[in-house]
Ligand binder design. Structure first.
Ligand code: UDP
Length: 397
């Protein structure tokens, strides 16, 4: 009898980070892997699924836009219980720190099903930032049987919380696996304005969406982007808008009229990956983007005061700049105007992964299920050694 695994998720970043693992699990003949989607980011998920050629088995179809974290947790708890009773899996895999991931882990735990947590052990130590993600990932960790920690720092965080070391494997982050695959694929840009960006003029790639940035912090950061765009007509700024209306209401009035700022719908993953390869620098509050851009040797300025991903900051390729208008504008302009400052950050070292995280994670899940030994952990290459060639996009548009 093949062991049965349920992978449960609802948002775009979860889908991207789980895609390499789902593909690896499905390629394993000893396992039967089913994908359950909760339906939080419907359209963005569909894009990711078709790109990675994954067809979900169960769609809980729970969420409409604007659902509160409470409503999300309530819906996942009640609907997933039904699926768990029907399917009786040997393990449930969740990823990261969304409220649906935590609720799914709790539902599995209460049903007596071992929980596997991908991207375990990230911490800021501050329950209010990011909110509610810091609580979600800590709570998930409490009910988890196998912790797939992306880095040694994440492993240490778990050990400090008295997690049994035998239940942790450092895997690297699967987002690097996803990215390496994505840039090999051909890409067709759906929005013509985007297709040639970054070819002849410098491109600044911006994303912002986090709940704790809503309101004043996001308005300040967006105003700073506008200041830079006005002062530098020679560059382009691209900001794919998150679907959330709070984000749209903050961004569109401030940037919508500027000729060198392009606001688009969320881009397909392959498009976004190719633009990361082409841009000059990245300004973001996204976790995933912080982990991806270093593979391309692109400096990342993070619109936050804290990060649960200190490895990039320590390696000098990521910088925390907060959301103060003057500071954000100053930090972007420093990288645009000072070649030395730029060169210091534009090194292709990625402390987050090596593209083998899905293989290690599959091995660790086999270990959990009694099918094999625990794999060797991911070890970061020497960050002081001369930088590797950056990942470049092969699949030309
Ligand atoms: N991304 C994408 N299209 C876009 C913007 C981002 O595919 O227009 C990808 C990006 O490469 C990364 C992920 O979405 O893998 C990040 O998602 P998000 O910023 O929503 O969430 P976070 O990483 O902060 O959890």
């Amino acid at each position: 009898m093949r062991k049965h695994i349920l992978v449960v998720y609802g948002t775009r970043p979860e889908a991207i980070k789980l895609a390499p693992l789902v593909r690896a699990l499905r390629a394993d003949g000893d396992l039967r892997t089913q994908v359950v989607v909760t339906g939080q980011h419907r359209e963005m998920l569909d894009q990711v699924h078709s790109f990675f050629r994954i067809t979900p088995d169960v769609d809980l179809d729970l969420m409409s836009h604007g659902a509160t974290p409470n409503a999300v947790a309530r819906a996942v708890l009640s609907e997933l219980e039904r699926v768990l009773e029907a399917e009786r899996p040997d393990a449930v895999v969740v990823q990261g720190d969304t409220t649906s991931a935590f609720a799914a882990s709790l539902a599995a735990f209460l049903a007596g099903v071992p929980v596997v947590h991908l991207e375990a052990g990230l911490r800021t130590g501050n329950l209010r930032s990011p909110f509610p993600e810091e609580a979600n990932r800590r709570l998930t960790g409490v009910v988890t049987s196998l912790h797939l920690a992306p880095t040694a720092t994440a492993r240490r965080n778990l050990e400090l919380e008295s997690v049994d070391p035998a239940t942790i494997l450092v895997t690297g982050n699967t987002v690097v696996d996803a990215l390496q695959w994505a840039v090999q694929q051909p890409v067709a840009f759906t929005d013509e304005r985007v297709a040639s960006l970054g070819r002849d003029r410098p491109l600044v790639l911006v994303t912002t969406h986090r709940r704790e940035s809503w309101g004043e912090p996001m308005q300040q950061a967006v105003a700073a982007i506008g200041d830079v765009a006005r002062d530098h007509p020679e560059l382009d700024v691209l900001l794919p808008l998150h679907r959330n209306s709070v984000v749209r209401d903050a961004v569109q009035p401030a940037l919508g009229e500027l000729p060198n700022v392009i606001l688009t719908e969320p881009l397909a993953y392959a498009e976004f990956a190719h633009l990361m390869a082409r841009c000059r620098l990245v300004v973001t509050d996204s976790g995933g983007v912080q982990e991806e851009a270093p593979s391309f040797g692109k400096p990342v300025l993070v619109l936050r005061d804290t990060t649960e991903r200190p490895e990039g900051v320590e390696a000098g390729v990521v910088r925390l700049i907060g959301t103060d208008r003057q500071r954000v504008a100053h930090e972007i302009e420093r990288l645009l105007d000072d070649p030395t400052a730029y060169a210091e950050m534009a090194r292709a070292v990625n402390p987050y992964g090596d593209g083998e995280a899905a293989r290690r994670s599959t091995g660790a899940i086999r270990f959990l299920l009694g099918l094999g030994p625990m794999p060797e952990p991911f070890v970061v290459a020497d960050l002081d050694a001369p930088a590797a060639e950056p990942v470049t996009a092969q699949g030309r548009p």
